[in-house]
Structures are given as C-alpha cells and as structure tokens.
Design a protein around this ligand. Sequence first.
Ligand code: ADP
Length: 965
Amino acid sequence: MTERASLLQRCYQGWANIPIRVLLTVPFMLQLVGAVGIVGYLSDRSGQQSVRELADQLTQQVSLRIHDRLTIYLHTSQDVVAANYLAVQQGTLDLKNFEQLQQQFWQQVTLNPLIEGVLFSNEEAEVIAYGRFQSEEIVKESEKVTGENLSVGMPFFYSLKSNDLGKRKYYLVDLKGNPRKLIYTFKIDNRIAPWYRYGKAARQQTWSPICVYKILPTLGIYALAPIYDATGKWRGVFASDFTLAALNTFLNQLKFSPSGQTFIMERSGNLVATSTLEIPFVKPALGEPTRLLAVNSKDTLTRDIARQLTHKFGNLSTLQTTQQLTLMSNHERQFVRVTPYQDRYGLDWLVVVIVPESDFMADIHANTQRTWLLCGLTLLVAAGTGMLSARWIARPIYRLQQAAEALAERQLDYPVEISGVGEVARLTIAFQRMAHQLKTSFRSLQESEQRFEHLLHNVPVGISVFDSTGNQILLNQLGETILGRGNLPNLSLEELSAAYQIYQAGTNQLYPVEQLPVTQALRGETTFVDDMEIEVKGERVALEIHAIPFFDAAGNLLYAILAFQDITKRRQAERILTDYSRELEHQIAERTQELQRSEERFRSAFEDAPIGMALVALDGRFIRVNRSLCQILGNSQEELLTKTFPEITHPDDVATNLEQVQRAIAGEINIYQVQLRYLHQQGHIVWALVNVSVVRDSREYPIYFIAQIQDISDRYAIEQMKNEFISIVSHELRTPLTAIHGSLGILESGIYHNNSEKFNHLISIALNNSDRLVRLVNDILDLERLESQKTELVKEACEVTDLIEQAVETVQPLADTAKIHLDWTPLAVSVWAAPDAIVQTLTNLLSNAIKFSPAGSTVSVKAEVIEAKDSNREKVRENTHTSLPYILFSTCDRGRGIPADKLETIFGRFQQVDVQDSRHKGGTGLGLAICKSIVQQHQGQIWVESLWGTGSTFYFTLPVQPPAE
Ligand code: ADP
C-alpha cells in the first residue's frame, strides 16, 4: 500500500469513528452558525447601506423642501416688485399717483400674506409702503404707543412725501388699508440706504445684498425693481423686503431627524439662516453689526461641517453641483448634502443639510442587537432540535447497526424493531426484509456449504486446492487417505515433493517442482499426469492427477484445483491386462488358424458332400452351391449362382416352399423339411427332399438359409410303383375277399348245421382273418385314395360335440367288450372339417386307446379351443403351425404307452410298436398313417405324447376357420 493510500485509509478510519449524531449535528451547527453570522453581517451591512441610502433620500428630500420654500418665499417678493414694475411699464400705474400706488400695494399685501412688505422709494426721498409687524418686540412697542391690541403679521402703512420734511410716518390701517392711526415717525432717508443704491446701480430687477435690520435682530433682503423712464432717467425703485428670520424659523421647524440640522450660506461663507436659530450676525458693542461666517458659528456641527466643506472645496464658489458627503463631526459620521440655490435675480446660496448617522443607527443598532439575539436564540433552538433530531435519526440507525453487527456475527434471529420515520423507517423495513433474505440465504448457504463439504469429502477422488501463492488450503478426506497425510499448510511448492514424498514413477527421484501439476496449474495450465508415485507407509502408491487453474471473472488466478486418485490397482490390472492381451493375441492366432482349418474342412465338406447343399439368400438367390447340387440339377456352379430357388422349383411347388420360407423368416420355425419337385436343366423333374435351416445373426435376424437337397427321384419312383402295386393288388383282392368273407359269414351263422366244433372253430378263424384282410385292404385303399387325393375331403362347418359323439358311439361296443369306460366332454364350437374323415380319425384313435388299455380303465376324449400361441396347450407342442384359432382334440388312455423312439414312427405305414400287435390287437399298422393324412389335409397336425407304461395321449389340431384363399 502506498503512503498516500495508507494516509487516506487512516483518515477514513478516523472519519468512520465519528458518531453519526456528531456528524449530523456539527456540520448542521457549523452551517447554522455560518448562516446566522452571514445573515447578521449582511443585515448589518445592508442596515448601514440602507441608512446611507435613507440618509441620502432624506437629505435630498429636505434639500428639495428647502428649495421649494425658498422659491415660495423669495419669489413672492420678486413677483410683487415685478408686477408693480410691469404695471408701471404698461402705464397702468403712475408713480406720481401715491394713492394708486397705495391701493396697488394694499391689494398685494392683502392678497398674499407671505408678502412682508412692499414699497416704492424715489429720488425725492419719497416713500410709500405697506409692511407687517415682524416681531413681538415691535408689536409691544406699537401697542404701547397706540394703546391697541396688535399682533405679529398685521399690516401697517408708512409713507414719506415730499411735504413730510424727511420724516417717515407709520400708521395702523383700517380694513381698506387706509392709515387710521399714526404709530411713530422716523427720519429716514432711503436714498442713502445700501439697498436703494444697489438697486439704482443695478438697473434691472435684482436682489439687494443681505443686510442686518436696524430695528429687528435679523437679516433681511430686498427684492428690487429699479425704474428708469424711456429717457433713462431714474424714477425710483419698487422693493419688497424679506426677513430672513422666517427662513430660520422654517429651517428650525423642519423636523426631519432628531439631531439633523440645516443651514444656508452664501458663497462667501456668511450664514443666511440656520435651523439652530443662531443669530447669523455679530453685533459688536461698538459699530455696525457684521455678518457671521458659518465657519465661525457657535454651533459645533455647523462650524465643523462649514470648515470641512471649505477645506474640501477651497473656494465655495467652485461648488456648482449637489454634493452628497459623509463627514465626521462629534466623533460620529454625518451625512451631508450641499445643494446650490440660485435664481435669475442673482441669488446664489448653498443649502446644507446634515443628518448624523446616530439618528438612524440607534434603531439599526437596536435592530442589529435584536437580530443577533434572535440569531443566538435560533442557533440555540436549532442546535437543540438538531441534536434531538440527530438523536432521533441516529437511534434507529444505531439499532440497525447493532442488528447488522449481530447479523454479521451470524446471530440470525436478532430482533429488528421498526422505528424512526421516513427514509429511516423505510430503511429499517428494507433492512428487516434484507435480514430475512440474508437469513434465508445464510441457511441455504449453510446447507450448500454442508452439501459442498459432504460432496467434497465423498467424491470418489482426492481433491486438493491451492491458493494463488501455492499454499494448500484444502484437502478432502479421500485425499488424506490416498496421500496418507493430512493437509500440510504453509509449505512452499519447492518443499511439496519432499514433504509428501512424491516420486517420478518407477524411480527414487523426487518429482521436479516445475513439473508438479500444481505448479503448472498455478501457471494457468490445465494438466494431467499419471507418472507420479507417492510413498505411503513404505509402499509406493501410483497417482493420476488432473490439475486445473481457477480464475475469477477478471481473469485473475484464484486457485489451483487438483483431483487425484490411487491408480495402483489399475496399474496392476493394466499389467495383467497387457499379459492377458498378449496371451489372447496368441490364442486368437491359434484359433484363427484352427478356424481357417475348420473353414477349409467345412468348405470341403460342403463341396464334397454327397447330397446337394446350398447357401440361399433370403430373397431366394443362391449364394453358394456344391457339386452334388449341380449334378442333381444338371447346372454348372456359375449357372446356378445366377438363379434363384423359385426359378429351379416346379411351379406347383413354389407356393408350398414359399409358405415355409416366410414362416422361417418370421421366426416361427427354424428348420423345415419339404418334398419338392425341381426342374432339371434337361427339362425333366427331379424329386427332392429338402431340409432347410435358417442362419441368424447375433440379434436373431435371419441372414441366409442352408439347404440340403437330397435327390429322391429314384425312391419316389419306387414308392409310386409300390403304391400302384398295392392299389392294384388291393383292388384285385377286395372283390374275391368280399366274396370269401360273405361265404364264411354264412357258414359261421350255422345255417347249414354242419357245425362240428372243429368246423366252427376253423370257420371262425377263417372269418376273423378274412375280416382282418378286408380291413387291411380297405385301409390300404383308403390311404391310397387320401394320399393320391383321389377322394377330395369335402369340408364344412360342423359341431365338435357331434363329431366326438359319433366317434364315441362307434367305439362304445368295443369299449363295452373291453370293459373300458369312455369319458368324453362336449364342446359347442364349430370347426371347418370333413366330418366323416374326422369321425374316422377320432374313432381310430379311440379304438387304439381301448385296444391298448387295461380292462376297467378310462379312455377320455375331449376338444378345446386354442386362441393364442401362449396358451397352456401351446407349450405342449412348440412347432404347431396350425393357424389360430384352432381346435385341439385329444384322446387319453392309461394303457401300455409308446416308447420314445416310436413316437414319430408309429404315424408311418405299417408301423407298430410291437410286431405282435397286429396279430393280438387286430391292427393293420395303417390307422395312424390314415389319421395323419386326414389331419394334414385339414392343415392340422397330429402327434402323440406318451410315457412307456403309463399311457398315451394323442393330439390333433383342426383350424376353426376355413383357410383364406
Ligand atoms: P394298428 O392297426 O396296428 O392299430 P395303428 O397305425 O393304428 O395300427 O397303430 C400303430 C401302432 O401304434 C399300433 O400297432 C400300436 O403298436 C401303437 N399304438 C397305437 N395306439 C396306441 C395306444 N393307444 N397305446 C399303445 N400303443 C398304440
């Protein structure tokens, strides 16, 4: 790990240890303190800003009001003089007509209460004027003189006419402005007054310089309209005075802030008016009063500000635009607005408005204090609620943490309460769900682990797992058993061979580490080795090892997995197997030679066999034929091999053979024998007895037939001749025999009474023998007819019961004579048969049974229906080929029985078990041959089962249905 990474890790662990309550509260508090601080600071700043803006607005408003008021006051005076001047110019006012002037002035004074005084003064020192009482002192003085109640603002009249000897007279006036009472008289000459001279010099409407009134402790100013006539001659001046004390009063009454002040000064710095009501002039004990410079004001603020302004602008006359300033005075900030006030009559003043910051800041400070207090309170409350809510949030999280730790320690049933709100509650629910799923997963993991462990320890191979560093981390039980040691951890790969005693097979050399399967697997290779041996308890164990590398999804090698097994026994078995194989090879070679010899023998036996032999394909083609067959058929081998079995067979016999072939292919029979006619190369017929057997493969599929063909033409010819001979003889014998038999019968009946005992005995012998001879001849003829098919058996559906009953009735007298009990069972089934022939067959079998049974025994006859091949009867005769369903007839006796070697032959002609039988039992030896012929012509079969000495049972079968054509 790099230094930086470990530092980061330490930092992270440091952070991770901080409780969530602190994490939730401290940043919250810090933010809050920050926010509150910023809000406080900003509100302070904005307070100051607002104060500044407010002060600006206030001073601006105050300046405007002062300007307005100055305009009203001062312009009133100028308007009055202008009006009078205009009247004179227009000729409506005559300067000589003092009455007219008086009226004009009275109107103006009456109409406008702001007019303090209006006068006309001329070069003759004449004056006519109206004025107003301007102060309480003057009012009181005048009251004393006149004895009347007067008031400030009340108009009075004064005039000085040429005849008044330079004395100006002041009068109280009546309602029309007429003088009614003289108040006092002064000697004043206006012509020497500065304002008069200023007006005269000005030659245009103007303001007089500010002067200090003599009578009043105030400053005043005159609006002057000098009048010259058309010739430029001086006529006098209209004047309207204005007492600047009114401005002082106005400024004083202008309550715009608790300590705010205003003052007006001229460009020279002389005070014009001030809100402090300070008298704006200095009256020395001696001499004329002088104007007061603002910089010398007794009022500290006025003085300070005036000085700073003078200092700032040097000459006040340079100050042409409104100035908004912040100056210091009395150790506090003062907002100062200086506005020039000028009019077209030459007035040029500076209006100064001062607002101390403290006037606003008191509230602002109070507000700021409140703000800080509220901030503090908010901070406390927020901290409290923050801590509470942090606790509130943290507690369920803490519980969740405990639950999670419990889960991590696999305490799967640790309870998780649902508490908290919002996301925390949802988190708890999700945690609960997760815990449940974890629980399920843990369980299935445990099960899976158990399964895995079980599997691992029960796999039929040894399993060993190495981690990527080559350390063995797992070895299963079978592995331990095979290796004879448990897991040896902390071994390096180099130590492995020595520790486990791993050798190269068949040597004493330790297995090289580089070739160890684990080494190769750790290199990422999949390997298989079987040349390894391990020494366990002094014995060598051969091992076979598969090793595979195991990677994670990113392709990093995680493990090497080894599966190994003990192949010692297999090795031994392999050795034995090798020996055995060698032996086997040897034996096979010998057998092959033997087989070749046998093959040779078979070939020569086949080739040289005295009877015809052929291998025939399933489709009838010849595969191989021998010499004898070629001789029988008159063909060469080559010719025969191009032919088929049916081609060489007589057309009438093809079907017979084909039927058997099909049964053999179908697996119903394996061997059959037929007598066939073949067509010789030269055109004549060859009679042959053919034995055919089917050769099958390992799966029982038929491959080909082996046929043995015996030329029986000669035998057949002899047989024919014999048959013909017997037939002829029999025919020829029957007529005389019948006559002899009839004669003997008559003689035996005793009709001729010549019956001596001896004669009768001889007659009886003759009759018996002729009787036997007739039977013999009849049997021979019967058989001959049957076999030559001269008599066709006419088949019909007949009742089995009837057939048996008829036969039983026929043999009943015989049975009675022999004292044999006949037992028979009816079967109400019809069978397709020639009834007489079947009765003859049954009769023959029953009479044989009676003949060979001891007296008192029972002979039984029965029939049953066989519907399926696997029925019990079927087991009796495996090769029954009668088509199903069929009737199985059987006759059973308890007689002498038939020896095993005769069971087949007795169905041949003249075949008897004992040569005495014909004599003792009166048989011909042809009965069973006739039976066989009859049954065969019904497509049935006949056979006998017998044990010598215990009795015999003869069976024959007949199909129930006529064969399908
Ligand atoms: P036969 O006219 O001689 O009876 P069969 O052909 O009927 O001629 O019988 C042939 C021979 O079979 C008999 O001679 C006898 O030896 C033997 N045989 C037939 N039936 C029986 C039987 N039920 N028990 C013992 N032997 C019998």
